[in-house]
Design a protein around this ligand. Structure first.
Ligand code: 5GP
Length: 135
């Protein structure tokens, strides 16, 4: 059965999309730990990040880098951090998280809440910045 992320990539489940290329798809995490918290998912369905083919892994970071540059320009932060966890969704993904302090990187704290309009505004702004810089 397709993972929830494959359904999002296919457009069967809505998301706040940031960007995509032939191999990767980036969208806002629905339960963010920071404003602009973004997931970057390979279109190929593999559960464990470190089980991905080397060829995919080699193009993964350059795509994450572009997304993080767009996030950094839109969301005030000291830097964009990166986490690979994967305990909830069995489809490899990277979390890109705008950070100002160590606490911002904590997945244990209460998740932030945004309205649909706020999510849309954040994703539109990052997506637009990505297009300006990289398309
Ligand atoms: P992990 O698998 O790395 O532990 O966490 C999965 C992440 O995916 C969580 O941060 C969770 O909020 C996010 N997530 C789970 N389901 C959905 C969904 O349907 N849409 C979006 N945008 N994010 C999701």
């Amino acid at each position: 059965m397709a993972t929830i992320f494959s359904k999002i990539i296919k457009g069967d489940i809505p998301c706040y999309k940031i960007a995509e290329d032939e191999n990767f798809f980036a969208f806002l995490d629905i339960n963010p730990i920071a404003k602009g918290h973004t997931l970057v998912v390979p279109k190929i369905e593999v559960d464990n990040f470190f089980h991905l083919d080397d060829t995919i892994l080699m193009s993964y970071m350059p795509f994450c880098k572009k997304v993080s540059i767009a996030i950094e320009k839109v969301v005030p932060c000291n830097r964009v951090g990166m986490s690979v966890i994967g305990l909830e969704v069995p489809h490899a993904h990277v979390h890109l998280i705008p950070l100002n302090n160590m606490g911002d990187a904590s997945f244990s704290k209460k998740k932030l809440e945004f309205s649909k309009e706020e999510f849309q505004e954040i994703s539109n702004a990052i997506a637009k910045q990505f297009q300006i810089d990289f398309l």
